[in-house]
Unconditional design. Structure first.
Length: 252
């Protein structure tokens, strides 16, 4: 699986038929990604907008942070986890669990890398200290934009020091015109969830080789629960005993 990489970030001008100042339609979003530049994309509630690109440096440049900072690999394509099978230090059952947590729970997931195993070059920007950071939300209305790009890099749609954009107006104010925004409304009238639903960046979980789960960063998925442990209890009940087995403590 090869990344559709371009020349890197480029000025966001001439995006064809947009939906307003600083915004693009799905065709414009695809052209932006094909050019190697970053675009701000919507997610279903309760998640915020994200910044995505085929070039990891473009994501970081759009966010105003160092170009070499780690980004998440957007594992939206059905073949992505399969392509990583030899690189992840997870048995088949835990690899399947990782896929469900990414696609169904829509969390961001830290997964262990197998020492000395071959890793595809496109995993490197999402890898640090023996772990890879994966994001796997596959919102159906966004598939026409994503499906042409099996390798994408992604991060929350925020400029450094600011909260992630919950809606298109916030995203445009932070990113346009240098980085265009694809609003959710043309894709789905309610933007993927109830109107006015509060949004937040995704919860990040860490899945260990022995099946333990830790809450690495709180977010949208766990905030409805009275304590982080209760969210992990929910995951265990929904996905089976291997989702969090073992005594490991939660990390902040």
């Amino acid at each position: 699986m090869n990344a559709d990489t371009g020349p890197g970030p480029s000025p966001s001008t001439g995006f064809g038929t947009g939906t307003g100042t600083g915004t693009v339609d799905p065709d414009g979003a695809r052209r932006t990604l094909r050019d190697g530049a970053a675009v701000v994309l919507p997610n279903p509630a309760p998640l915020t907008y994200v910044v995505a690109a085929t070039v990891p440096q473009a994501v970081n440049t759009a966010k105003g942070r160092p170009a070499g900072q780690a980004v998440a690999l957007w594992a939206h394509h059905p073949d992505t986890l399969a392509a990583l099978d030899g690189a992840l230090d997870l048995d088949p059952g835990l690899t399947a669990l990782a896929g469900r947590l990414l696609a169904v729970e829509r969390v961001t997931l830290l997964v262990p890398l197998r020492p000395d195993a071959h890793r595809p070059d496109w995993l490197s920007p999402a890898s640090r200290d023996g772990w890879a950071l994966l994001f796997g939300t596959r919102w159906e209305p966004l598939r026409p934009v994503l499906d042409d790009f099996p390798v994408l890099y992604v991060s929350s749609a925020n400029r450094t020091g600011r909260p992630p954009a919950a809606g298109p107006a916030e995203a445009v104010a932070m990113f346009a015109p240098a980085t265009p925004v694809l609003p959710a409304v043309p894709l789905a009238p309610a933007g993927g969830g109830p109107a006015g639903a509060p949004r937040a960046a995704t919860t990040t979980l860490r899945l260990h080789t022995d099946g333990r789960l830790e809450l690495h960063r709180p977010g949208a998925q766990d905030r409805a629960f009275p304590a982080p442990e209760r969210y992990l209890d929910h995951v265990r009940e929904a996905y089976g005993p291997r989702a969090g087995e073992g005594p490991g403590p939660l990390s902040g």
